[in-house]
Design a protein around this ligand. Structure first.
Ligand code: TMP
Ligand code: ASP
Length: 242
């Protein structure tokens, strides 16, 4: 399997063609963006940390029976994944009020929700990812009703896996975003599972361990991500190239 040219360059990753049409390479960059790309920076070690964390978390959810595009880790920045047709829907699961949910309904951040809430957003940079509904998604042809039901079910399973996993290292999963893709008739979890797309608060202190540190100028994201790596792997981030 040889790497070929970049097919698509996103804000935090590159998608690279391989000589197998069914497989692509995801390469994690050090770039961070927020507010639909209006705020940008390069964050030392972010690509390597997110690559490692994404592998760790994806393997956990696969063990729980959630199908994923993930095939294997190639090196410290690159993953081999199955090529999918991305569904233009972002699935957000929330356990505690925060972010756009708290703002939209004018409630405080940090209020536990009585049960996990699943929201869907239309994946469109041009429109700033607006909130959507299953009815709109079906009507506008983004996904079939059975696909939306499947994504909701899988997202709730992922939530249970992540809450348990992070609970072991004293971290609360506040919310997170997933994307799914089609391979023929089947749906699989696609994209990354990393602190770029999750809110993670230290249990007890509420300290933010995710990309909100960058979005909200709360400190050094590079250090935050290296610390999260250490917490999850119980070892320091290896030196570059090791
Ligand atoms: P929100 O509160 O801003 O709607 O974000 C909910 C979750 O989704 C949060 O964990 C961060 C994640 N997220 C992304 O992964 N990408 C995005 O573009 C946005 C806005 C949020
Ligand atoms: N999707 C947002 C952006 O580009 C990132 C975020 O807030 O998570 O800038």
């Amino acid at each position: 399997m040889d790497a070929r040219e970049t097919m698509y360059e996103g804000k935090s990753k590159r998608v690279i063609r391989t000589d197998d049409p069914a497989l692509v390479i995801l390469e994690f960059k050090d770039d961070a963006t927020a507010f639909n790309g209006q705020k940008k920076a390069s964050i030392d070690d972010k690509g390597r940390v997110n690559n490692a964390i994404s592998v760790l978390l994806t393997e956990e959810v696969q063990k729980a029976g959630v199908p994923s595009h993930f095939v294997k880790r190639l090196d410290e920045r690159r993953l081999l994944v199955k090529k999918v047709e991305i569904i233009p829907v972002e699935v957000v699961v929330r356990n505690v009020s925060a972010g756009s949910f708290a703002k939209r309904y004018a409630i405080a951040e940090g209020m536990p929700l009585a049960w996990p809430l699943v929201e869907i957003f239309y994946k469109s940079d041009a429109l700033g990812d607006p909130l959507a509904s299953d009815d709109v998604a079906v009507l506008l042809g983004w996904a079939k009703r059975r696909e939306l039901a499947f994504m909701r079910d899988q997202a709730l399973i992922v939530n249970e896996v992540l809450k348990t996993f992070f609970g072991h290292v004293n971290v609360d999963v506040i919310d997170f975003k997933l994307e799914f893709g089609r391979i023929g008739e089947n749906l699989v979890l696609a994209d990354e599972i990393t602190p770029d797309g999750m809110r993670l608060w230290e249990r007890g202190t509420g300290k933010k361990l995710d990309k909100d540190v960058f979005r909200r100028d709360l400190g050094d994201l590079s250090e935050t991500y290296r610390n999260l790596y250490e917490r999850l792997f119980n070892a320091p981030l290896p030196a570059v190239g090791s």
